[in-house]
Design a protein around this ligand. Structure first.
Ligand SMILES: NC(=O)c1ccc[n+]([C@@H]2O[C@H](COP(=O)([O-])OP(=O)(O)OC[C@H]3O[C@@H](n4cnc5c(N)ncnc54)[C@H](O)[C@@H]3O)[C@@H](O)[C@H]2O)c1
Length: 353
């Protein structure tokens, strides 16, 4: 079973991962345990977790509504309140059982409660397995801005059981694939070549292991996002703006769906800057459109997008800074991009979508 070493903790991947979690918990001296789930993972994943880890049978379950709107101050308050009402102390443990929403929110609440208590991630969506559960970024959305409040806090351990994916809806599976495609585009050309011909009967476990390995290599070099880690933001500058703008509307996009549009438009900016050739741009565009069938964004208001871009955490001194692929399989960060380059990329995306 693959075990990947990260920033002071291990990531265990495979069908026996929950058994490893059980053994880990038996050695851990926690005073009380809280399992954060959402309305789907409580139904589809919690029974397996409790059956395999009987030590958790008396754990307090905190259930959230599913979806991005739970990554809020209101739900953070609900978690902190439950911890206080149940006398959680410095030795209490939180287990985040769910997708990226649960691990971002649960990690955030754990890292702020009594100045930080331990948490373990047990990701259940493809996106959380391949990306969100690893690297120590936690957070919530605030004032209409994605991830605007958050902390860096490393989990005590991560246990990835790909069997959980059996109940994940297809739309959410594709959503997770988006981050895996991004990982390949920014850091591994050979992996990208494999993904270009991804078969419908591929093994998720291999993709997850590869994606975590690639992400982990990047985050251990730069845990606090000061330099090279910023390459993980490829597709996320425009992607996050679109995701924020549509949040709570009937056109709301999943994170990965917004990131696909971000990758398409930001690849065009990379082309305008001569970072990639026309051939590379066409190949990226063709592959992402074939796999993800992204939606048109013609109805979006550009000034609203620009206003959000100015609030992006990568923007400094009012200069828009992007992470852009620079030859397929490598990426540059802190690249200054101007409004007309962004407008051109979005216009071209609209006319070709
Ligand atoms: N911290 C990071 O480094 C990082 C990286 C990438 C994304 N993110 C964040 O992750 C979030 C998106 O994560 P997500 O796509 O996992 O969303 P999510 O947590 O909302 O999960 C997606 C959906 O799948 C359901 N689900 C999860 N596991 C299931 C299972 N095994 N069976 C059935 N249903 C299941 C959930 O209930 C939800 O409805 C975003 O908020 C994004 O900002 C964080």
């Amino acid at each position: 079973m693959p075990v990947i070493k990260s920033l002071g903790y291990n990531i265990t991947i495979g069908k026996d991962a929950l058994r490893s979690l059980s053994a880990f918990l038996k050695k851990t001296n926690f005073s009380s345990c809280f399992i954060i789930c959402d309305e789907n993972t409580i139904q589809f994943c919690l029974p397996k977790l409790i059956t395999t880890c009987s030590i958790l049978k008396d754990a307090e379950i905190i259930e959230l509504e599913s979806g991005e709107t739970s990554k809020s101050l209101e739900f953070s308050a609900h978690i902190w309140q439950t911890l206080i009402e149940n006398n959680a102390d410095k030795n209490s443990l939180i287990i985040n059982l769910g997708g990226g929403v649960v691990s971002d929110l649960g990690g955030f609440c754990a890292s702020t409660y009594k100045r930080g208590i331990d948490f373990i991630n047990v990701p259940t969506s493809l996106l959380a397995m391949a990306d969100a559960s690893v690297g120590g970024k936690t957070g919530i959305d605030f004032a209409g801005l994605k991830n605007s409040i958050g902390t860096f806090a490393q989990p005590k351990a991560v246990f990835v059981d790909p069997e959980f994916l059996k109940t994940l809806p297809a739309r959410h599976y594709k959503n997770g694939l988006a981050e895996i495609f991004k990982m390949a585009l920014i850091s591994d050309k050979k992996f990208w070549e494999e993904l270009k011909n991804l078969k419908p009967d591929h093994k998720a476990e291999q993709l997850v292991t590869k994606s975590i390995t690639l992400k982990n290599k990047i985050v251990v070099k730069d845990p606090l996002d000061k330099g090279t880690r910023k390459i993980l933001n490829f597709g996320h500058t425009i992607g996050h703006a679109i995701e924020s703008l549509l949040l709570g509307t009937n056109e709301e996009l999943l994170h990965g769906e917004a990131i696909v549009i971000g990758m398409l438009t930001e690849s065009h900016i990379a082309f305008q800057k001569k970072f990639i050739t026309k051939k590379e741009l066409d190949e990226i565009t063709f592959t992402l459109k074939k796999v993800f069938e992204p939606k048109k964004i013609g109805q979006l208001n550009f000034s609203a997008i620009f206003a959000l871009l100015k609030n992006d955490k990568k923007t400094s001194k009012n200069k828009l800074k992007f992470s852009l692929i620079h030859k397929t399989g490598t990426c540059k960060f802190d690249v200054e991009v101007n409004e007309s380059q962004i407008k051109k990329a979005i216009d071209l995306y609209n006319t070709s979508a």
